[in-house]
Design a protein around this ligand. Structure first.
Ligand code: NAG
Length: 227
């Protein structure tokens, strides 16, 4: 994912050097806040955008972040949490989430060996991510029902560049209502154990594990605190 982002930055820098009147470092022509990741406020954060939307991601104090996006174009995902992820963590979140179109509010992470992208979706906008994936079962975690699904992604952006890999999903059913205050807790062990029981095994090496807001061809806003 970072590879794609840096290519876009390089392309903008080249066009700027041949006499563009626009400052090539102006975030507005690159789709807003450039992709980055690291530590902030005692948490790990990851922010990735393909630069096709106008998006502003802001790290705030402690476990809080905010995101506004618009343009009904492109793909972006960001949030705060931990790196590496673990099976035994309960991720708590509270704040506001207001998608307009296709968007997820999810615990989101990656493993290597095998390379897996995973989601525990707490709420989503107009598109139910479980509609395109293969349903493997259901699980009850923290008193809520989730559908378990998996799907393959072919030649898509990943933490290791463009790869083919599996996505694992738990999708809360019914989803949490959005628009006003939203809060919840995700016990990763409950989901990971349920995935394992239906043959969905995460890789041995955990990468980041965050409470993410994702937008896809949409607009919206979120301000969330992770603890
Ligand atoms: C989120 O929870 C924390 C800790 O309980 C609290 O201090 C904070 O005010 C809450 N934030 C929102 C937006 O409700």
């Amino acid at each position: 994912m970072k590879l794609l982002a840096s290519l876009a930055v390089a392309a903008a820098a080249i066009s700027g050097s041949v006499g563009s009147p626009v400052d090539a470092t102006d975030a507005s022509i690159l789709g807003g806040t450039p992709s980055s990741a690291g530590n902030h406020g005692g948490f790990y954060y990851s922010w990735w955008t393909d630069n096709a939307a106008q998006a502003t991601y802001t790290n705030l104090d402690g476990g809080t972040y905010s995101l506004q996006w618009s343009g009904n174009n492109g793909n972006l995902v960001g949030g705060k949490g931990w790196n590496p992820g673990v099976s035994g963590r309960v991720l708590n979140y509270n704040g506001t989430y207001q998608p307009n179109g296709n968007s997820y509010l999810a615990v989101y992470g990656w493993t290597r060996n095998a390379l897996i992208e995973y989601y525990v979706v707490e709420s989503y906008g107009t598109y139910d991510p479980s509609s395109a994936a293969q349903r493997k079962g259901t699980v009850t975690c923290n008193g809520a029902n989730y559908d378990i699904l998996s799907t393959w992604r072919y030649n898509q952006p990943s933490i290791d560049g463009t790869k083919t890999f599996e996505q694992f999903w738990s999708v809360r059913n019914p989803k949490k209502a959005y628009g006003g205050a939203i809060s919840g807790s995700v016990d990763t062990r409950c989901h990971f154990d349920a995935w394992s029981r239906v043959g969905m095994r995460l890789g041995s090496q955990h990468n980041y594990q965050i409470v993410a807001t994702e937008g896809y061809g949409s607009s919206g806003s979120a301000r969330l605190t992770v603890s």
